[in-house]
Design a protein around this ligand. Sequence first.
Ligand code: HPA
Ligand code: ZN
Length: 355
Amino acid sequence: MNTTELTAVAGISPERLPALLRGMPKAELHIHIEGSLEPELIFALAARNGVSLAFDNVESLRAAYAFSDLQSFLDIYYAGASVLLHEADFHDMAMDYFRRASADHVVHAELFFDPQTHTDRGVPIEVVINGLARACEEAEAEFGITSLLILCFLRHLSEETAFDTLAQALPSIERHRDRLVGVGLDSSEQGHPPEKFARVFARCRELGLRLVAHAGEEGPPAYIWSALDVLKVERIDHGVRCVEDPSLVARLAAERIPLTVCPLSNVKLRVFDTLAQHNLARLLELGLCITVNSDDPAYFGGYVNQNYIETFEALPAMTAADAYTLARNSFEASFANSTQKARWIELLDSYFLNA
Ligand code: HPA
Ligand code: ZN
């Protein structure tokens, strides 16, 4: 879109924003697939697999979704994942996500998964990856969504166990080369700086894998610096605390390092008290490549469209031109090839020009 066209888009009235946000084509780049497990599916899989849960029913489980910080969420999130045992479980979980994402006009998704959460319970890593990869294929046929997988190392565990996980994953990485394209770093951030994983990320880089890491969610700007300089990641997941360091903001802007921001997650995990206090509009103003994502939608109150709609509602300075920028960023920041990106941006332009 040219500047004149973008100015016209900026003039779209605020009442039209929810419908515009809902219908616009978008990519989702920060979604933990285990975080899409809805309580109903947790109970269905528990029954199917004979797993007992610490909660009596869906309502009492959902009532426990009141978090004080990242760790209080992770405790319940890992408990929820305990119902996943067989390939079909991973497949069904991902298909439920794709169905909802497709309804939100997501045309491309890059899914994080946490193999150590499953291998530590005796589930072979290929069971996890085969189930997810099969869902990715089916979702493309059924909903027209393209997708990639990103294997995340749990940062509260040692680098040695991350190396073990990588070794276990190698045959699957070979087998699903076009699908499983990268690695990330998630789980408890404080006290587990990116540099703890310097060697395993270097090895992944040698293997030609794409690299991302959670940094600057609860952790300090120094963790964003070391994710960039030590791990050499291409995108930062969350990254909202970068604003505390102007020289870091300048670096992120100059190199157009994408931040995959998750507004509802940040409020649920008390990174910000309210959405009105979220710094997303400020980050855009600073010229950063910001994207909007759901993180763990079953736990944080909504899928990606809910994140867009509630954020725009809470931050009245944001216009339809920002909506366009955010969606465009989501495509540009993806790990898809440039032909695919150009196709999505054409689709996005025509959506806004006809809005
Ligand atoms: N942060 C860190 N680790 C996670 C998250 C998150 O928001 N969601 C799932 N694992
Ligand atoms: Zn996350």
